[in-house]
Design a protein around this ligand. Structure first.
Ligand code: ACO
Length: 273
């Protein structure tokens, strides 16, 4: 596994653990971090991971973009700025569309671009004590680079969404859960245990079905009912083919033998599907 300056990567079995490692800068995302995340995602794809867990070292999840290195210093260097944006939005997009399940462990400060990151992940477990904020307004811009998309798609109440974007007021991980930005919130001391519990559940499931579940959810959201049925059934046969019909030939055969109750548990994977 490669070593990086700004990110720690640890791949255990089918899970990849990514830690932003600039605690002295509250894990804000520098150009180096963006370039390194492109390589980290290559490594994770090559390892065929089912799950990607992202967190921050120290007391921050991510304090957003590095305001000095991503904006102030390259402001009059358009080519450099374009390269930084290419890397940043490239890995954000790849992460959002990743076939692995992406999980955020929001352990502390989470601002601006950090909220974009939390917003594109599939599952977010927040420390109740963590502090979140759309701080862009405090220095005179609106949330960009995917952050408006992220907060608009994760805070269902327009009144709450606009309130936080317009005032820059911070909110806690507990409030993030109430608004739907986080899947769950637990006291910081229990954050690792809760994430491990979720990773364990996902690790028992098939790689292909996890990826297709995400893909179908994202596509179907924009379809009418009839189109959704057609698309879902087409994808179902695609899944079946790509997994050698494992759902019928292994899972349902096992159910017929009364070896497991699908309502309460998953079937035993016999091959890497
Ligand atoms: N960009 C660049 N440097 C940063 C950033 C950032 N986003 N966030 C923190 N740092 C640096 C600080 O400048 C400081 O550097 P120094 O040690 O060289 O002085 C170091 O990280 C530690 O920060 P402190 O402010 O001393 O830490 P503290 O724990 O007191 O406060 C907090 C943390 C609240 C996160 C504060 O650092 C802060 O307000 N950061 C900016 C958050 C923000 O608005 N991010 C931008 C969002 S908008 C976007 O992403 C596009």
């Amino acid at each position: 596994m490669s070593t990086y300056q700004t990110v720690l990567l640890d791949i255990k079995d089918t899970a990849a653990y990514v830690t932003f490692n600039r605690p002295e800068k509250r894990n804000c995302m520098s150009p180096t971090l963006h370039a390194e995340m492109c390589k980290v995602l290559d490594e994770i794809a090559a390892a065929r991971c089912k799950v990607i867990v992202i967190t921050g070292a120290g007391d921050a999840f991510c304090a957003g973009m590095d305001l000095e290195q991503c904006f102030l210093e390259p402001f009059d260097k358009p080519e450099l700025m374009a390269q930084i944006n290419h890397d940043a939005f490239g890995w954000f997009t790849r992460l959002k569309n990743n076939s692995a399940v992406t999980i955020g462990k929001v352990n502390g400060w989470c601002f601006g671009g950090g909220m974009a990151l939390a917003g594109i992940l599939d599952i977010v477990i927040a420390a109740e004590e963590s502090t979140w904020g759309l701080s862009e307004i405090n220095f005179g811009i609106f949330p960009g680079g995917g952050t408006t998309w992220a907060y608009a798609n994760n805070i269902p109440s327009r009144k709450k969404a606009l309130y936080y974007a317009l005032t820059g007021e911070t909110f806690t991980g507990k409030q993030a859960l109430e608004m739907g930005y986080a899947t769950n919130a637990v006291p910081l001391v229990g954050l690792d245990a809760e994430a491990d519990r979720v990773v364990k559940m996902l690790s028992r499931l098939g790689r292909v079905v996890l990826g297709k579940t995400k893909e179908v959810y994202e596509k179907v959201k924009g379809m009418d009912f009839e189109a959704a049925i057609d698309y879902e059934m087409a994808k179902m046969w695609e899944l079946s083919r790509e997994t050698n019909d494992d759902w019928v030939r292994t899972a349902l055969v096992s159910f017929k033998k009364r070896e497991f109750k699908p309502g309460l548990q998953s079937y035993e994977l016999t091959k890497d599907v």
